[in-house]
Design a protein around this ligand. Structure first.
Ligand SMILES: NC(=O)c1ccc[n+]([C@@H]2O[C@H](COP(=O)([O-])OP(=O)(O)OC[C@H]3O[C@@H](n4cnc5c(N)ncnc54)[C@H](OP(=O)(O)O)[C@@H]3O)[C@@H](O)[C@H]2O)c1
Length: 369
């Protein structure tokens, strides 16, 4: 990937006329990303699990940018019903979408998630929120993105994907009570995955990157006008570490900021990689941006290093299949927006392409998974 160095806030182009959906847009990096896009003129939808927090975030953006077009949408990525409902409302409100920013994330689940559908289904919550919920949301909004030339799907990964392992056989299937550190360590319904909570987050962030690379391949094969691009913020001071043990929280917290600035940056700086992935006009599908400073933890965004595991095409395809199976959402790269918001087949056809050839091409794409 070629990426010019020194890309900063001033390089974010005019976003007037564009609509961006940002998951987890109420805090941290999602909020900073949303604020900049709104300031540049985009219609911004904060898709958040807590509508009160979302409204407060929207009000903060409007305070800085009085004419900002900021909307809120309820979305709990841990609930398949919520993802379905949010996608339905977004589809009804927006015939086309320009940006979907899969930003929301969970590093360590709190202990009160036992009622959540994902947990009841025996699926580890970190994987569910960070990857599977976004996989489903993206698939359900895909035709709205395909309807918009120049649209992008940006997914936020992490430096820690470098230590993530795919473990695809039992990727998501963990014992239901994994949310509690006191829960006994036993084999999950899949029966294969060792249950070590500190590995869940890196695995989910590896999945974010593998998803982007596979999505890029499928979009390109379909001749789609949409780019899949990934980003990571390095290490940024946000609420992400709120459920970690106290030493880590203190180390990464605001009070340690003056002595940790060589390693940890502000959320505004962290959001630049996402903004670059979303708006740099030289970006290509499959690009991956992150801070250019020491160890990729701070600095202006540039091309980032991905692990060989993340680039393993066979593993990407397996992740895709497993994600379809677990989420129940399959992607159709040949659909366009239906008038009533339902997915109706609408061919992505090259000029002059014959229907039979189109059908063969589509079969090839769909058979790929
Ligand atoms: N900060 C870093 O150093 C760092 C490093 C690498 C990658 N990242 C990635 O950056 C992204 C943003 O994280 P952040 O650092 O900005 O942390 P953050 O401030 O904690 O933001 C996380 C956002 O995700 C939302 N979220 C959590 N669970 C959700 C769910 N079930 N449904 C919908 N939204 C949910 C949170 O909502 P609530 O406010 O309601 O909890 C919050 O808005 C994440 O993907 C994270 O993995 C961050």
């Amino acid at each position: 990937m070629r990426a010019q160095a020194g890309w900063g806030l001033a390089d974010v182009p005019d976003q007037r006329g564009r609509t961006a959906v940002i998951t987890g847009g109420n805090s941290g990096l999602g909020f900073e990303t949303a604020a900049v896009l709104a300031e540049r003129g985009a219609t911004v939808v904060l898709a958040c699990r807590d509508l009160t927090k979302a409204e407060q975030a929207a009000a903060r953006i409007r305070k800085g940018v009085p004419d900002a077009d900021v909307r809120i949408e309820e979305l709990d990525l841990l609930s398949p019903a919520s993802v379905q409902a949010a996608a339905g409302r977004l589809r009804a409100a927006h015939p086309r979408l320009d940006l979907l920013i899969n930003n929301a994330g969970l590093m360590r689940p709190q202990r009160d998630l036992s009622a959540a559908a994902a947990v009841a289904a025996g699926i580890e919550p970190t994987f569910y929120v960070n990857h599977l919920g976004h996989f489903a949301l993206t698939g359900l909004l895909l035709d709205r993105l395909l309807a918009s030339p120049g649209s992008r799907i940006v997914t936020v990964s992490s430096l820690v994907h470098l230590v993530g392992r795919a473990d695809l056989e039992g990727l998501a299937r963990l014992p239901a009570p994994r949310v509690s550190p006191e829960a006994p360590r036993s084999a999950g319904p899949g029966g294969r995955l060792p249950s070590r909570p500190r590995l869940h987050y890196p695995r989910s962030k590896l999945a974010n990157l593998m998803f982007t690379f596979e999505l890029h391949r499928r979009l390109a094969a379909a001749g789609a006008p949409t780019l899949a691009v990934a980003a990571h913020p390095g290490i940024a001071r946000t609420g992400l570490t709120r459920n970690l043990a106290p030493p880590a929280r203190v180390f990464l917290g605001v009070r340690a900021a003056p002595v940790m600035s060589w390693l940890i940056q502000s959320p505004q700086m962290g959001a630049l990689a996402t903004l670059r992935a979303a708006t740099d006009t030289t970006a290509r599908g499959g690009d991956y941006y992150g801070p250019s400073g020491w160890f990729g933890s701070t600095g202006l965004p540039a091309a980032a290093r991905s692990s060989s595991r993340a680039r393993d095409a066979e593993q990407q395809r397996r992740l895709w299949r497993e994600s379809e199976r677990l989420s129940g959402v399959t992607y159709d790269f040949g659909v366009g927006p239906g008038a009533d918001g339902a997915q109706t087949p609408a061919p992505v056809t090259a000029p002059g392409e014959k229907p039979a050839r189109r059908a063969r091409r589509r079969a090839g794409i769909l058979g790929n998974g």
